[in-house]
Design a binder for this molecule. Structure first.
Ligand code: SAH
Length: 245
């Protein structure tokens, strides 16, 4: 089954953009996934091809009209989830990305201006998704981020099948740091343990660095990790839905 992405945007020329290069680009050419960029403006009904209007209640900026966006969206509704990129949405997580990548694809709505008329989200089943607590000028880059995260997980896209599972977040922890040759650079050497060939010691060092770095850099993740461990009946590490962020 091919992962099918349909992106609704005022700037279809932004796609596939960076997703036409590297891993995602090769996978696109190999038809492991497909990408269709649809211009929301094609759903406009007036001579000026208007898609937005001034905010009710006043204030700066413009708002994307619900009727126009719905008109653009409706022909693409099928079994795929519809995701709208918005800073008001639920923060994107690796767990959600993995679920999406396991599914038939996604229909992705990219906002512009001040965003969408809220009634769109009442009238259609749409998942509002944020890629982080900062404001972009439009949803296109957010859509590219979302799709990149999904596509790299599709079967056959990444070189080594295991390289997806040890990643940061997959275990609820940040990944350990990496090193490669030269063994010495500017007077700094690769940690001895990584050159020891002792796989058990290496695994223990990596686990410990994952834990230390997560605790120092991401106390929020660490708290959740500890909570999950304490909460499990045997005290052993158990994977839960909340495990991955
Ligand atoms: N006025 C809005 C921001 C609009 S930014 C607010 O304060 O909530 C314009 C568009 O960029 C949004 O409609 C959305 O599609 C996109 N966008 C901006 N920041 C985003 C983020 N953090 N995550 C996902 N989409 C974002």
């Amino acid at each position: 089954m091919t992962f099918r992405a349909t992106v609704l945007t005022l700037y279809p020329e932004m796609f596939p953009g960076p997703l036409g290069s590297a891993l995602a680009g090769r996978a696109l050419r190999e038809e492991r996934w497909s990408l269709d960029a649809v211009n929301i403006r094609d759903a406009a009904t007036d001579r000026h091809r208007t898609v937005d209007d001034t905010p009710a209640g006043g204030g700066a900026g413009m708002v994307l009209r619900a009727d126009i966006v719905a008109r653009a969206l409706d022909p693409h509704l099928d079994a795929r989830p519809v995701l709208a990129m918005t800073p008001r949405g639920r923060p994107l997580t690796q767990a959600r990305v993995r679920d999406l990548a396991d599914g038939p694809g996604a229909v992705v709505l990219c906002g512009r201006f001040e965003g969408f008329d809220e009634r769109l989200f009442e009238a259609r089943t749409i998942e509002e998704v944020s890629i982080g607590d900062y404001i972009l000028s439009g949803g296109e880059m957010a859509a590219l981020v979302l799709l990149d995260a999904c596509v790299r997980l599709l079967p056959g896209v990444m070189g080594a099948p295991s390289s997806g599972v040890e990643e940061s977040f997959e275990s609820g922890l940040l990944e350990y740091p990496h090193y490669t040759r030269p063994v010495e650079w500017e007077g700094r050497t690769i940690p001895e343990v990584l050159r020891s060939g002792d796989h058990a010691r290496i695994a223990a060092w990596r686990q410990s660095r994952s834990e230390i770095d997560t605790r120092l850099r991401r106390p929020d993740l660490w708290e959740r990790h500890i909570g999950a461990r304490v909460g499990s009946p045997s005290g052993a590490r158990q994977r839960t839905e909340d495990d991955t962020v």
